[in-house]
Design a protein around this ligand. Structure first.
Ligand code: ZN
Length: 325
């Protein structure tokens, strides 16, 4: 059996073809639909109100059905659609997204014009565009394992409470940090976030590395005193977090080794990806830090010393210079 609304729609299409110009053609088409339903289709009239409505947001007009689950006549931009208001609205929204290269948030309906794919946060409601939750970092980084340090304009830091087991752990204390960078504050380009696992070891950076960092940051003597005190702290004090300030400064300056980094448009998604890597890292940290970190072959230890050109020096002494001479 054909849908009786089809007969109404067919009459409306003829009506549209012969329609006189008006300021609001969709409005008169739906008024005509109400007229046809109640004047010519007695079997339909009991299912529909004798009024129409327009949604200001989507500019969709429809004949009001007795129940929202009921199919009805909908009109948008001179085209007649049959369906529930919800299904027609979502079809038109999907079409709008395709035509305009945007994504609609399944949580709040906002059209996000910066994204076309991937897990992304809605600029309006902050949840994920696909409707899934976007949990806070504090829930992802369980407090027993991570200490919250700072959430600033450009970076958010957490410090792993457990020093990683590498050789001479007691004297050197390599500490893992979680770093989230906010790119959106710096430029309008996507992705919005960068997340990484970084390792820092002030004792390896030593007086030389710390001095270079202090000079570049232009810190005064008062600061210097504090920094030297932190550098001399023993393993217990380090575990208790008394060296956090110095560790953070070295990371910001770049005297650290980056184990894993990723970027994306969801805070919780990039954080989860980093945390997945962390388990493996705590097991293989020593091997990882021994391995070359850049194209010139500097190791993770050398990065933490602030000596990222070490690999080049080795190449120079073992071959390149000989070739030139
Ligand atoms: Zn939203």
């Amino acid at each position: 059996m054909t849908n009786p609304l089809e007969a109404v729609a067919e009459s409306l299409r003829q009506f549209i073809e012969t329609q006189e110009p008006t300021r609001n053609p969709d409005h008169s088409v739906v008024c005509e639909a109400v007229w046809i339903i109640h004047g010519e289709h007695a079997e339909l009239s009991e299912h529909y109100d004798d009024a129409m409505i327009c949604d200001g947001n989507t500019r969709l007009y429809w004949v009001i059905p007795n129940s929202p689950e009921e199919q009805t006549i909908c009109v948008a931009d001179g085209i007649v659609h049959i369906g529930t208001v919800e299904s027609v609205t979502s079809m038109l929204n999907a079409q709008y997204c395709m035509d305009n290269d945007v994504m609609q948030c399944k949580r709040c309906g906002h059209f996000n014009d910066e994204y076309t794919e991937g897990v992304a946060e809605c600029w309006s409601c902050g949840h994920h565009i696909d409707g899934s939750d976007n949990p806070e970092l504090s829930t992802l980084l369980e407090e027993k394992d991570w200490q919250f340090i700072e959430d600033g304009d450009y970076n958010c830091y957490y410090r792993y409470r457990h020093p990683i087991p590498t050789h001479n752990t007691e004297t050197h204390q390599t500490i893992v940090w979680f770093r989230l960078q906010y790119f959106e504050g710096q430029c309008s380009e996507l992705p919005r976030y960068g997340a990484s696992i970084v390792c820092v070891n002030p004792k390896m950076a030593g007086k030389k590395g710390v001095k270079a960092m202090l000079e570049s940051m232009g810190l005064d003597e008062e600061w210097e005193e504090e920094v030297w005190e932190q550098l001399d702290l023993g393993a217990k004090a380090v575990r208790e977090g008394k060296r956090n300030g110095l560790e953070q400064m070295l990371i910001e300056y770049g005297t650290c080794a980056t184990y894993f980094e990723t970027s994306g448009n969801s805070k919780s998604d990039v954080t989860r990806k980093v945390l997945q890597q962390l388990k493996a890292f705590t097991v293989v940290a020593g091997f990882y830090l021994d391995a070359p970190q850049n194209r010139i072959g500097s190791s993770g230890w050398e990065f933490m010393k602030g000596d990222i050109m070490a690999g080049l020096d080795r190449m120079g002494s073992s071959g390149w210079d000989d070739k030139d001479s």
